[in-house]
Design a binder for this molecule. Structure first.
Ligand SMILES: C[S@@+](CC[C@H](N)C(=O)[O-])C[C@H]1O[C@@H](n2cnc3c(N)ncnc32)[C@H](O)[C@@H]1O
Length: 249
């Protein structure tokens, strides 16, 4: 049983359409976010995801990424996890196979349909939410996974704050993102019309997670993996010890 009620799970919580006049100025979704609302993007996502880290200079298969996550976070049977920007459900599937209950959320209905098709598992619930302001109950998850959603969301600071808010004390936050390299391609993709992507510096991420301790950080090319724990005990609620190291793989 997921701690989040069905009514909240079913809630559509997209940013309002800018043309409706609700909300502030400027586009409310980045171009990258809008591209993920297309059924074609969703249909091709799992294919791209299986190759993406290698194309981005990190020698990482999905199996290796899953093994790294399991080794550092040690998800336990019966825990409640939230997968933020689940797309085709990669982390949701890894967690369900560890016998966790998972709420897999995404802005994009086509992505959620693709995830549910690829990871048909009763331990996973799927919900369309904007995790920059989700209305999920506070302190309701033992762990949160964010696989590259930080790069695409319009407001990465708001998304991090929301992830921290929904974590229980001692809960774990797992991040995978492309960090800032200062390279020319990143400068292109940061432009609003070319995607409006974010390439956060790990120090920036840390500053936006007050109340969480970074226990692990690993870099592979531009790809960054980080584990944080909410509260003062870096062992986390379930004894998953961080190694307290920064490594370049
Ligand atoms: C790079 S993909 C994520 C891949 C997936 N986490 C994985 O590890 O395979 C980013 C996803 O996040 C979703 N997304 C972007 N911003 C979001 C937000 N604010 N709230 C929820 N989902 C978001 C997009 O629709 C897209 O499906």
């Amino acid at each position: 049983m997921n701690p989040v009620s069905r009514s909240v799970q079913g809630q559509e919580n997209l940013n309002p359409d800018p043309s409706s006049g609700a909300g502030g100025s400027g586009p409310l979704l980045s171009a990258a976010q809008r591209s993920n609302l297309l059924p074609l993007t969703a249909a091709g996502y799992a294919w791209w995801r299986a190759r993406s880290l290698r194309s981005l200079g990190a020698d990482f298969t999905l199996e290796r990424e899953a093994a790294l996550f399991r080794a550092l976070c040690r998800p336990q049977a019966g825990q409640d996890w939230l997968d933020v920007g689940t797309s085709a459900g990669f982390y949701a599937g890894v967690l369900a196979r560890a016998d966790c209950r998972v709420l897999a959320v995404d802005l994009s209905a086509p992505m959620l349909r693709e995830g549910a098709k690829r990871e048909p598992d009763a331990r996973i619930d799927w919900a369309q939410l904007n995790m920059e302001r989700s209305d999920l109950p506070p302190a309701s998850f033992d762990g949160v996974t964010v696989g590259a959603t930080l790069n695409e969301t319009r407001g990465p600071a708001a998304l991090l704050a929301e992830c921290a808010r929904v974590l229980r004390p001692g809960g774990q936050l797992w991040l995978m993102y492309l960090r800032r390299t200062g390279g020319p391609l990143q400068a292109v993709f940061e432009r609003p019309k070319a995607g409006g992507l974010n390439f956060p510096d790990p120090a920036w991420v840390g500053r936006h997670l007050p109340g969480l301790i970074r226990t692990d950080g690993l870099s592979a090319g531009a790809v960054q993996f980080e584990r944080y724990v909410k509260g003062t005990d870096p062992q986390g609620a379930h004894g998953a010890a961080g190694r307290g190291v920064w490594e370049t793989l």
